[in-house]
Design a protein around this ligand. Structure first.
Ligand SMILES: [Zn+2]
Length: 275
């Protein structure tokens, strides 16, 4: 998993998500952090399925942990001043999903393979705080993490880190082994419903970030077949990995949705929330 970590470590922030000039730097950070997390969560599914990683517990929880660990184990980025804020951005996405008013047809599905939004919020908040409990003690209050959970968060983080280290040791491509298969990046046209879709596409392309992630994963792990990473229009703010076709799909609509939600995160708008 060192390779996955390196994959994520070496990847600069996805600087493609800035759309409207009206976005504040905090909103842009929220969008890029969550776009990255979405990509790495799905990359977690890809690696679990393609490398046949052993998974105890639910795969969705494992993908969240893989995605998140990858994000913040990047030594260089962990030293960046806004790194804790980026972790909070990811947690806060789930808080907003949890607390936003639901439409009548939206039900809480206890049977779903994903943890509930509220649980994903606390799980990520816990890992974030647990990653550096001395320096990030303030996160307990910032997230509202109850003491009963916070007490064990350093252990939870270490457990996830241990799993990541184990993955690293066991699944990395040996340097003498050639790269046989790669992840190809494909860009489909943006949806007409997205006003600045073409601009968004241009930004994603220009950033080269999807290619960097795909290449890093391709060279770090002995993938068993050629795979695809596709940015496409889905009609919904979604992302997924199709284990049959070997295609990772990231939807334009999901990035657009993060932009919408950024306006609803009080932490990103301190002046407004203090009124
Ligand atoms: Zn998933």
């Amino acid at each position: 998993m060192r390779a996955l970590i390196a994959l994520i470590f070496l990847m600069p922030a996805l600087a493609f998500a800035s759309p409207a000039q009206t976005m504040t730097p905090q909103e842009l950070r929220f969008v890029t952090a969550n776009a990255e997390f979405t990509l790495f969560h799905e990359m977690g599914h890809l690696l679990i399925n393609e490398l046949r990683l052993p998974v105890l517990g639910r795969e969705e929880d494992a993908a969240d942990q893989l995605g998140f660990m990858g994000l913040f184990l990047i030594d260089e980025r962990q030293r960046e001043a806004d790194f804790p804020e980026r972790m909070l951005d990811i947690a806060d996405y789930w808080r907003v999903e949890w607390q936003r008013p639901k439409r009548p047809d939206e039900e809480i599905r206890e049977w779903d393979s994903h943890a509930l939004d509220a649980q994903r919020f606390y799980n990520i908040a816990c890992l974030a705080y647990g990653s550096d409990p001395v320096r990030l003690e303030w996160m307990i209050q910032a997230t509202g993490l109850p003491d009963e959970r916070a007490f064990f968060c350093p252990d939870e983080y270490q457990q996830a880190r241990h799993a990541v280290n184990w993955f690293q040791e066991h699944f990395r491509r040996p340097p003498e082994e050639p790269v046989r298969h790669r992840i190809q990046v494909v860009y489909d046209p943006p949806p007409p419903s997205l006003d600045d879709g073409e601009e968004l596409l241009a930004r994603v392309r220009a950033s080269g970030e999807l290619e960097k992630v795909a290449e890093k994963a391709s060279t770090s792990f002995p993938l068993p077949r050629d795979l695809t990473l596709r940015l496409t229009s889905c009609g919904a703010p979604d992302a997924w990995y199709n284990r049959i076709s070997g295609e990772l799909t990231l939807c334009y609509e999901r990035i657009a949705y993060f932009r919408e939600l950024a306006a609803r995160v009080p932490r990103l708008h301190p002046a407004a929330s203090s009124r």
